[in-house]
Design a protein around this ligand. Structure first.
Ligand code: PEP
Length: 243
């Protein structure tokens, strides 16, 4: 069985206003979609965007989830997986390099977040990737093995993995296609060892309308996680069309 293809737009802390988020979401609904598309607005825009996407095939995602509970409780500032599921969120991004770098998130926290997400029935989009110095030291696969180790007991039908070299995120730099193919092959071997051979493995890091076709045809690349280019509907629709 082939892995399902996804193109997911991670809006990060964008756009500035609710009305801009709604405009972007409305354009997504109009767009031609050849693959499963996902859209990940910031928390304050989730409900309104979710309502706009409700009749469409686009999956709504969240950028983070509470590690402490899947339901309710005294956790100021947090949003639980149950609350997300209740408003129609289908998946949550966990392990993004910006969470690792700016908030010191680590494997123990990821495991806790994954558990809460799965308990509430959400799919986890788990991000892995090496830094520039790890890449230069040829440590990529060792780093990925350690990051992937938190996935051992996640139900395969609730998991998507995104390979995102940290040095490629928002920089305009990308690994060569051969490097991407090699890393994806390795990730799939690890996932096969965890009895998850059909989990989708997306590529992320400076995917744009110009390079999308190359990634789309690369063996083992089951889609893309897109940051900057997902905020421009023209660029994003071309990326979706490429897959
Ligand atoms: C990301 O942060 O997940 C990402 C892939 O960003 P960009 O596409 O902007 O490199």
């Amino acid at each position: 069985m082939n892995a399902q293809k996804y193109v997911i737009g991670n809006w990060k802390l964008n756009p500035a206003t609710l009305s801009q988020a709604c405009q972007l979401a409305s354009s997504l609904v109009q767009m031609d979609k050849s693959v499963q598309v996902g859209c990940v607005p910031s928390f304050v825009h989730l409900s309104a965007v979710g309502e706009l996407l409700a009749e469409s095939s686009i999956l709504l995602g969240a950028q983070d989830v509470c590690a402490k509970t899947a339901t309710t409780g005294a956790f100021t500032g947090d949003v639980s997986a149950g609350q997300l599921a209740d408003i129609g969120v289908k998946f949550v991004i966990i392990g993004h390099s910006e969470r690792r770098a700016y908030y010191g998130e680590d494997n123990a926290l990821f495991e806790a977040k994954i558990q809460q997400a799965v308990d509430a029935g959400l799919t986890v989009v788990f991000c892995v990737g090496e830094t520039k110095s790890q890449y230069q030291a040829q440590q990529t696969l060792v780093v990925l093995d350690e990051q992937l180790s938190v996935l051992k007991s996640v139900p395969a039908d609730k998991l998507i993995v995104a390979y995102e070299p940290v040095w490629a995120i928002g920089t305009g730099l990308t690994p060569s296609i051969d490097e991407v193919i090699g890393v994806h092959r390795h990730i799939k071997q690890v996932l096969a060892r965890y009895a998850m051979p059909t989990v989708s493995v997306l590529y992320g890091g400076s995917v744009n309308e110009k390079n999308a076709a190359e990634f789309a045809t690369a063996f083992g690349v089951d889609g893309a996680l897109v940051g900057g280019a997902s905020l421009k509907i023209e660029a994003f629709s071309q990326i979706v069309a490429a897959f």
